[in-house]
Write a protein that binds this ligand. Structure first.
Ligand SMILES: *[C@@H]1O[C@H](CO)[C@@H](O)[C@H](O)[C@H]1NC(C)=O
Ligand SMILES: *[C@@H]1O[C@H](CO)[C@@H](O)[C@H](O)[C@H]1NC(C)=O
Ligand SMILES: *[C@@H]1O[C@H](CO)[C@@H](O)[C@H](O)[C@H]1NC(C)=O
Ligand SMILES: *[C@@H]1O[C@H](CO)[C@@H](O)[C@H](O)[C@H]1NC(C)=O
Ligand SMILES: [Zn+2]
Length: 342
């Protein structure tokens, strides 16, 4: 298989299902469009991780699906995130690069899929740093995998360790409240997790983000930085400015198409929901589901026409992203279609 990424993800399933032997394709096996060359990243070696030098002691660590970063200084190593899929491999990646010990661990945000391996660095000698909102999240659902940060901040924090400097910056809620920008000005490396997905469309439901207007605005905030490497946390490769510009264009199209789909559905509302209403008298949610599903499909179909082949998996989460955008237009942008002021 070309993507060791899937290898990492599917170890569990493969192990669990191995007694079934091979998995022949069946009639209902989903077959999506091929992945464009621009979505392909470096080949992950058999160790399960790939270390990409970003210059002057900065390194990205990739497993094909998740990404982490570390900075080697003359006084200690700073680790930014430890996704469980990297887990111990992140320790090995650092151990094979330097004998200088890890002294600082930065949480970009609270989510377990990016930081469930944070405890692996908890030697008692490592300072954990996060935004204050991240501390609140981690207190809300205590988890031994994600130790509480020792140091928090509100707006900006300069983290200086030996010869390495990181600018930590909070610009408001986007993917999650507390999700921070981590910028290394010397190496021109920018880390912002779960916003831009270089080469790919965003993960399901616009990366399951909590504040979509803030998440969209984050694209502009990224472009205000002077950076050569963007680390988004996924999937196959790190990114550059062009990736941010392309994803911004995808989102502009998606929003435009969903607006159009809502307008079209408003004119056709009786045709769209008539049968559902007749078959489910008094069931308002059933009507709503039919309306939202039809509208999201229309938006997804139109968006896919342009983006399949241009961004990886544009057909895979086409519906989920359109569905989320339709909801965002309704709730955040007051574009309510058939449910506007009467
Ligand atoms: C800092 O020191 C480390 C360890 O000596 C070195 O690998 C790295 O290139 C240096 N980085 C900068 C920004 O000077
Ligand atoms: C170096 O990498 C290998 C392969 O991942 C690993 O087994 C080994 O423990 C690493 N060495 C150090 C010192 O971390
Ligand atoms: C809206 O309807 C017009 C006219 O039928 C059609 O050309 C357009 O593709 C539709 N838009 C969407 C997003 O379905
Ligand atoms: C979207 O495309 C699918 C597959 O071609 C089609 O079955 C469906 O009717 C389309 N939906 C809308 C609302 O255009
Ligand atoms: Zn996340």
């Amino acid at each position: 298989m070309r993507f060791p990424t899937l290898l990492a993800i599917s170890v569990f399933f493969t192990t669990a299902l191995s007694h079934h032997g091979h998995f022949p394709r069946s009639d209902d096996t989903p077959i999506y469009a091929p992945i464009p060359a621009t979505a392909v990243g470096p080949v992950i070696p058999p160790t399960g991780y790939y270390v990409q030098p970003l210059g002057k002691g900065a390194y990205a660590v990739l497993d094909g699906s998740y990404q982490s970063v570390f900075f080697v200084s003359n006084k200690g190593v700073i680790v930014v995130d430890c996704p469980p899929t990297l887990g111990h491999n992140l320790l090995y990646a650092i151990g094979n690069t330097t004998s200088i010990p890890v002294t600082h661990f930065v949480y970009t945000h609270s989510h377990a899929d990016h930081n469930g391996g944070a405890f692996l660095f908890d030697t008692g000698k490592v300072t954990y740093i996060a935004h204050e909102e991240t501390l609140l999240r981690l207190k809300e659902v205590p988890d031994s995998g994600r130790p509480l940060p020792h140091v928090t901040f509100k707006k900006n924090k300069i983290l200086k360790v030996g010869n390495q400097t990181l600018e930590l910056s909070y610009k408001g809620p986007n993917h999650e409240p507390g999700n921070i920008f981590v910028y290394a000005p010397v190496q021109k490396v920018l880390v912002l997790i779960d916003v831009v997905f270089p080469g790919w469309i965003p993960f399901s439901e616009l990366a399951v983000s909590e504040n979509i207007p803030g998440w969209i605005e984050a694209h502009e905030q990224i472009l205000e930085y002077d950076f050569d490497h963007y680390i988004g946390g996924h999937l196959s490769r790190t990114g550059v400015r062009g990736d941010v510009v392309v994803q911004r264009e995808y989102l502009t199209d998606l929003m435009e198409n969903c607006r159009e789909a809502i307008t079209n559905s408003t004119a056709l509302i009786n045709e769209i929901v008539g049968a559902t209403v007749a078959g489910n008298p008094g069931n308002g949610w059933a009507t709503f589901k039919t309306y939202l599903g039809y509208t999201a499909n229309a938006c997804a179909n139109k968006t896919s026409e342009k983006w399949v082949g241009r961004l990886g998996a544009a057909d895979v989460f086409a519906y989920e992203n359109a569905y989320k955008m339709v909801e965002v237009l309704r709730l955040d942008y007051d574009f309510l279609g058939p449910f506007s002021v009467v």
